[in-house]
Design a protein around this ligand. Structure first.
Ligand code: SAM
Length: 349
């Protein structure tokens, strides 16, 4: 999945073909303006103000506590980009904004857009990171309010992929207990438990993350079937032959190679025979392979966010940790609802 210059008229198509369009400006200035405009619509509540039906600019500005003039400009820009449409003298939601951007929509990614206001600040440090090699180590610097938004943002993305993850994750017949390492909101564990009625889950995360994510997990309504367990994945004793499934989604890129290797060994011990260890990650391209946009851009971004020595990993590296721990890796499967992400599963025999 990529973004880029898409002509709106035949003349623009021709100009693009002739190499007259400054594509780096489209990739940067246009992409930046589009991103921040849609984020502003979410942050200021423009989409939610239109949830019950079309409204004029004045009414939306009042609902958002914003100035009518700039609100009108924002709404015109959102309409030009397909996030609103003109209706009578006012504006209405489009299918895209109704599905993805209303706070209460079942598929809402609004909280991720709110988190992106913080991520925007982090990205301002990209050049300094590349110059110095010093990443942000954001886990140590994030405020309580930002941490709350971080877990809500992760939950919003998990909402999109949750159904597919539950369908694709290998869960053997009669499975009773799973562990979701670095599980935050616990939505993947909750979806897996809904799909497999005999399954319960422990969702392990750092103590401060458990505190922030507890109200999000409670809203899953699964009570004692899906519970948080405070622990550090780099040191926790995971026990022996305890779990039918261990899921690790989006944690491997916060750990270094040695930590992932050591964790895979403890996971292998903790699995019952026949159980599966599933790593879910944006896969870095193999050294000779073709890099997709999303994994390559995310690889750079995650390295900026995290700690020294930490990055995204290739499928071969992830399967290598599993094989070294005595597990039998399966072929990685891409996730349709998360472009660039794969599930790398391995079975304990
Ligand atoms: C990117 S989030 C992924 C959340 C969830 N698994 C998902 O895929 O949506 C990474 C999670 O790993 C947790 N984490 C980071 N380091 C950890 C550690 N050493 N032990 C346990 N959890 C950790 C973070 O607190 C955070 O909740």
């Amino acid at each position: 999945m990529k973004i880029g210059a898409i002509p709106e008229t035949p003349l623009e198509w021709l100009a693009l073909k002739l190499g007259l369009v400054p594509e780096p400006i489209v990739d940067t200035h246009a992409a930046m303006l589009l991103a921040r405009t849609v984020m502003a619509g979410a942050e200021l509540g423009v989409f939610d103000a239109l949830a019950k039906g079309p409204l004029g600019v004045e009414a939306v500005a009042t609902a958002c506590g914003a100035a009518p003039g700039p609100t009108g400009l924002l709404m015109e820009a959102l309409a030009a980009c397909g996030y609103l449409r003109r209706r009578g003298g006012g504006f209405a939601l489009t299918g895209r904004s109704r599905k993805w951007l209303l706070a209460d929509a079942p598929a809402s990614v609004r909280d991720k857009l709110l988190l992106q206001v913080i991520e925007w600040r982090w990205l301002e440090e990209l050049e300094a990171f590349v110059r110095t090699g010093l990443p942000l180590e954001f886990h140590d610097a994030i405020s309580a309010a930002e941490l709350d938004l971080y877990h809500r943002g992760m939950r919003a993305l998990a909402q999109v992929a949750g159904g597919e993850v539950a369908r694709r994750t290998p869960v053997r017949r009669g499975a009773t207990l799973m562990l979701d390492i670095g599980g935050s909101h616990g939505h993947y564990a909750a979806e897996l438990c809904r799909r497999h009625p005999g399954l319960s889950a422990e969702v392990m995360d750092l103590p401060e993350a458990v505190e922030a994510a507890a109200p999000i997990l409670a809203r899953e309504g699964l009570g004692q079937r899906v519970v948080h367990r405070a622990g550090d994945a780099t040191t926790a004793d995971l026990g022996s032959e305890r779990y039918d499934l261990v899921l690790m989604s989006n944690l491997a890129h916060h750990l270094d190679d040695g930590q992932n290797r050591d964790l895979a060994e403890r996971v292998a011990r903790a699995l019952k025979p026949g159980g599966a260890f599933v790593i879910q990650e944006p896969a870095r391209a193999e050294p000779s392979g073709r890099a997709g946009w999303a994994p390559a851009l995310l690889g750079l971004y995650f390295a900026l966010q995290s700690r020294p020595g930490v990055r995204t990993w290739t499928v071969a590296e992830m399967a290598g940790w599993q094989a070294a721990a005595g597990l039998r890796p399966r072929r990685a499967k891409p996730l349709l609802t998360a472009p660039g992400w794969v599930q790398q599963a391995a079975i304990r025999y």
